[in-house]
Ligand binder design. Structure first.
Ligand code: GSH
Length: 210
């Protein structure tokens, strides 16, 4: 079966899935879907028929189509278990999931493209504004307290927590959000980026990066 990932180079939710596919060593094809202003392939009828939410990522594995990065990652974890990215025992397993959701549910949705576009249109703020910084700082304060001293977010093994942290740190840097208060998170993200699975998933290493 062929795994196809609908992705955009700058999408941090797709970036999480790219990292996990690489870590698991799964053969896959990346199908770029442009979110660029004026292009917006994700809003085409063709893409909407696949994913009515009109967001990336979207994963196809044979006939199966899955939206939402966390649902995709849980599917991959349940289906392809040679390399595991969730600890098997509790409380470690729930701790990794909670860390991921802190980013996926409580930081990312407040700062994503359509939210920033709406704020910009209605209130004239831009993504470098206090809004963007505020939600990253709020979420990172908790993440910094939860993370281990390394080398990975929760000790020695790379987990989904690293796959969620790295794209969020990348975004923070992209918008010049100061990260001085989060030395642990910065070190952990830098550690992860020494691994090929993370480097290959970097936005600038994607075929659709300009
Ligand atoms: N909760 C979703 C978020 C997906 C999402 O917001 N994707 C962004 C890119 S990171 C997107 O497609 N944005 C298009 C838009 O906002 O119109 C997930 O984790 O997959």
């Amino acid at each position: 079966m062929t795994i196809r990932l609908y992705s955009y180079w700058r999408s941090s939710a797709a970036y999480r899935v790219r990292i996990a596919l690489n870590l698991k060593g799964l053969d896959h094809e990346i199908i770029p879907v442009s979110l660029a202003p004026g292009v917006s392939e994700h809003r085409s009828e063709q893409y909407r028929a696949k994913n009515p939410q009109m967001l990336v990522p979207f994963l196809e594995d044979g006939e199966l189509g899955i939206a939402q990065s966390m649902a995709i990652l849980e599917y991959l974890e349940e289906t392809y278990s040679d390399v595991t990215l969730l600890p098997t025992a509790e409380p470690e397993r729930s701790r990794v999931r909670a860390f991921c959701n802190g980013i996926a549910c409580d930081i990312h949705p407040l700062n994503n493209l359509r939210v920033m576009n709406f704020i910009k249109k209605e209130y004239g703020a831009d993504p470098t504004s206090a809004w963007y910084r505020h939600w990253i700082h709020e979420g990172f304060r908790a993440a910094e307290a939860l993370a281990s001293a390394g080398p990975t977010v929760f000790g020695d093994a790379v987990t989904l927590a690293d796959a969620f942290l790295v794209p969020q740190v990348y975004n923070a840097r992209r918008f010049q959000v100061p990260l001085d208060d989060f030395p642990r998170l910065v070190t952990l993200a830098d550690n992860a980026n020494t691994l090929a699975a993370f480097r290959d998933a970097l936005p600038e290493n994607q075929s659709d990066a300009p």
